[in-house]
Design a protein. Structure first.
Length: 146
């Protein structure tokens, strides 16, 4: 019934907290989560989090991408996009690479935008350094010794 080691797919909701449902606790997921009811407690996900129009979360949220169409009271940290729709409200601070607040959306708090540094190929960098020093390492050793 449950598959171990399954990877989260983009845009897939694996966990749903439906309308009329209230939950408390700490939610940790590797997949997508959608909240249409009420959730109290921190949320961590390697997938995407969606707070639906009828949803409310009193939570600090950490996820890949976050979309808020309902209400969030707490801080949001995402490595990707934070989208606050026209009906969405974030009452807390945000840290995201990309921030989109649609007309009518509310952000009450501070916003910080950070992008991950692109990974560099250290092997290519080393080759460029060797080439720019004029010669190979044995030539440099001979120059240092002599």
């Amino acid at each position: 019934m449950f598959k171990e080691g399954r990877k989260a797919a983009n845009g897939v909701t694996d966990t749903l907290i439906g309308a009329g449902t209230e939950m408390n606790g700490h939610l940790k997921s590797i997949a997508g989560v959608r909240i249409e009811g009420a959730y109290h407690g921190d949320i961590e996900s390697k997938g995407d989090i969606v707070i639906g129009e009828g949803g409310m979360a009193k939570s600090n949220i950490t996820a890949r991408d976050v979309t808020i169409a309902g209400k969030v009271y707490g801080d949001v940290h995402t490595k990707g996009k934070l989208i606050i729709t026209a009906t969405g409200q974030l009452h807390g601070n945000s840290l995201a690479a990309i921030l989109l607040v649609q007309e009518g959306g509310i952000l009450n708090g501070t916003s910080h935008m950070e992008r991950e540094e692109p990974r560099q190929n250290h092997g290519a960098e080393t080759a460029e350094v060797s080439a720019s020093t004029g010669g190979n390492s044995s030539d440099r050793k001979k120059k240092q010794a002599g």
